[in-house]
Design a protein around this ligand. Sequence first.
Ligand code: CAA
Length: 380
Amino acid sequence: MNFEFTEEQKMIQQAAKDYAQRELIKDAIERDEKAEFPAKHIKNLAGLGFLGMMTDPKYGGGGMDAISYVLAIEELSKVDSSVSVVVSVCNSLVNWGIEIYGTEEQKEKYLKPLARGEKIGAFLLSEPEAGSDASSQRTMAEDKGDYYLLNGTKNWISNANSASTYVVIAQTYPEKKYRGINAFIVEKDSPGISLGKHEDKMGMRSSDTHSVMFTDVKVPKENRIGEDGFGFKYAMKVLDGGRIGIAAQALGIASGAFDLALKYSKERKAFGTEICNHQAIAFKLSDMAVKIEAARFFCLKAAWLKDNNMPYGIASAMAKQYSADIAMEVTTEAVQIHGGYGYVKEYHVERLMRDAKLTQIYEGTSEIQKIVISRSLLKD
Ligand code: CAA
């Protein structure tokens, strides 16, 4: 077993770290306050190749492995997860699925500009009444011969406004339940698409979240991804990889908060010494470090399995559940170590704590990960 990163992996990690620590940090608090989409940073990260980092170079991507992806997402998330979520959604939920299951025409027309970072993608699965229960799709994709007619509403869509290319999951044959669901590539400027208000969220405030309404939207037949009725399994497979990205994001939030707490504890004095010298604080730091290291192993193992073409769905569910849960614990302790300063915005840790909460909710709640894991234990 080799725990060393390759030179290329280290280089990607360093590039993400440099950008996060030099650039993202400058306006992270302001963007959070204004709930402003980080357009400038996304453009810069696209230029550096991060939006299509895992896509095959043949389709305009960077051809990097999932380990590099984990390292990059962790570094970006140490500073700002509203930015890293765009990298994660584009790479895992949009590009990967089109690359693996799309036609050559779809890859030429849609994947190339996505992988080159010229366009942003969004993944539209959740609905007002289909969040955790993803197969209860109400959005209809009626088969009209040479096109599908889309009608319905999607909720909580990351990148909804900034994306140009949507991957939409919708029901074509309700009587077939999940076997009647399809996945489609839909251009955001198609007639009949409208957006709800920008969601005013607790955390990840500058990520661009809206509901999306479809009214008689015509989608060409050739934009269906995969066989007729493959849409639910498509969504599940795409989410298996997406959860590695969100696990890495949670890991980054936890390690970012830890770095701040460690630094603060070495500077702040109480009872005649730096607070890190008090066992009450030192033991907190130790517990936080152990949890972060364990989360890192989970994330890297899931990525390694993916890179080596081995089943990774359960590993990614474990990585996501554990990393998200410890991100909440670690950020809460980081605020506690900062005391009153942790509760105000300028010290960053309260923002990381608010951001951590979402990692327990999106791309499958912690409870959904437990369903996935326990079903795998109980089958046969
Ligand atoms: N890979 C391939 N196939 C899979 C699969 C996987 N990971 N998981 C399930 N399937 C298949 C099953 O094998 C089954 O097919 P067969 O009958 O042919 O064997 C079929 O799919 C149905 O499976 P289930 O009976 O397990 O389906 P279910 O209705 O019980 O749901 C679930 C399973 C895991 C709970 C699923 O609904 C789920 O993942 N829910 C959470 C949804 C989610 O993560 N939403 C996130 C939204 S996206 C987002 O958050 C993006 C963002 O903003 C950043």
